[in-house]
Design a protein around this ligand. Sequence first.
Ligand SMILES: Cc1cc2nc3c(=O)[nH]c(=O)nc-3n(C[C@H](O)[C@H](O)[C@H](O)COP(=O)(O)OP(=O)(O)OC[C@H]3O[C@@H](n4cnc5c(N)ncnc54)[C@H](O)[C@@H]3O)c2cc1C
Length: 557
Amino acid sequence: MTENYQNDGDSIYRLFYDTIKGGDFRAREANVYRLAQVSLNIIDQCAAQGVPFAREYGGLLANRSFGGAQVSRTFYARGQTGQQLLLGAYQALCRQIGLGTVQMFPRTEMLDLAVINGHAKGIVVRDLVTGQISAHAGDAVVLATGGYGNVFFLSTNAKGCNVTATWRACKRGAFFANPCYTQIHPTCIPVSGEHQSKLTLMSESLRNDGRVWVPKRQEDCRKPPISIPAAGRDYFLERKYPSFGNLAPRDISSRAAKEVCDHGRGVGPGGLGVYLDFGEVIERLGQDVIRERYGNLFDMYEKITGENAYQVPMRIYPAVHYTMGGTWVDYDLMSTVPGLFIIGEANFSDHGANRLGASALMQGLADGYFVLPYTIGNYLASTKQPKPSVGHPEFKQVEAEVRTLTNKLLSIKGKRTVTSLHRELGKLLWEKCGMARNERGLKEALARIPELREEFWKTATVTGENGELNQALEHAGRVADFMEFAELLCLDALHRRESCGGHFREEFQTPDGEAQRDDQHFAYVAAWEYRGPGQAPIVHKEPLVYEEVHMSTRSYK
Ligand SMILES: Cc1cc2nc3c(=O)[nH]c(=O)nc-3n(C[C@H](O)[C@H](O)[C@H](O)COP(=O)(O)OP(=O)(O)OC[C@H]3O[C@@H](n4cnc5c(N)ncnc54)[C@H](O)[C@@H]3O)c2cc1C
């Protein structure tokens, strides 16, 4: 956020420009400018909600830097910013529940959208404890259901994250934009084996002080890192991107790590890791300073890996973390279904083909606190749609469809676990549509996904019943949606014959391995319209016209 407390030259324009450039010129310019403008309000809002942001000795809020920026503009709460913001928002929500202005429906999953006369008029939900399926009518519907990173099975996202709400809205007419724009975060704990169900992020803030390196020589990769002298180390981010160094943006840092590992210079089991080394900064500032800054992250790292990162460098590797794609929304955050609004990670807006550090919460908070309250009123005031009752035939129809789907899942009675099918899908996507993609691999994935989907509906086993708390059933429903959505993701990646941000098509790269955009043919948002099972979706193109910034080649060198 652009308060410029550090007096280091930050401004609204600079945040706007950094975000547009960070997204590799694939975001809508006006949205990003608005985001930079309202970012100023966010920090005051959150501080007023009681979020315990870090402060400097004099009492002012402190800042640090994140990837893709050369100013310190990120407000933080040690290594727990997201959690503290969540607690702040949750406290404020609880206050409203207490005041009677918000009615909560905890342990409830939205499973479909009811569209009446072309307008979103409510949702159909399942009570996760009793299994009861019911409808809720409203003047408008807002989805804030997060991203779809878990389509890759392994990601840094919470296990509950899924695509169900936005995918089912897509099937009711809400176009899905840029599904191939997924973010692989460079600073995660490497995969350690098949037993894992999720991956762990080590905050990007660590790259403020940690230096990323691998041995220069392959034969040194198995040696203890401490035994390798400075001359034998390749600080590849500092070497390749001298002006941003270890704070190069995520897409670029991830690819650079992949490149050195592909060349056989990765470290740790399987050679899929690079060092994040605090040795030098500890020598310079002392362990206490580093403990104060990142102590909880070091503790977490030790709990997971059994290694003490004050003594040996951390090992990190890129992992799926965030999804820039999402439901297409207009400037008012309304989807192509009038009355259906999408906010936060669930929509596609603002980050283009790559998101910069710390900007997800900025966008989610901006959408919810400073955009939607103004735009939703515009919709309500300009349409005279009556609020239907849940007895409306459309609600009854959607409820019946949800019941049928639930029963279908429970009746498969196959032999394979839903988790193993999900893992296979995720592995396929990671290999064919992960950090690097090419036409051949994408076509292979597109051939395999429908087969896997069929296998799912024939061989999956979903234990338990509907009328009880049944997480196997919940998971199965979400994986069924991933099985459909994954195809759209690969189709989008195949059609975008350029590289931009997190979408790296191997065929389109510069001689030094950087992403090569094709502005002439691909400077647009790809918004996909669902056409029914077995039918190819249609792509609608929203041209990206830049009036304030020049679409230049993105460079962090
Ligand atoms: C480990 C980690 C660290 C991060 N750190 C940062 C950071 O430091 N700074 C930053 O800016 N961003 C960070 N991010 C990204 C940021 O946290 C997310 O982008 C952000 O939380 C998204 O907010 P959201 O409200 O849009 O969605 P979410 O926070 O994902 O919330 C969506 C909610 O909807 C619920 N839901 C989903 N589907 C349904 C359904 N069908 N019915 C009912 N409920 C449903 C989910 O259970 C969830 O509670 C981090 C992300 C991760 C994973």
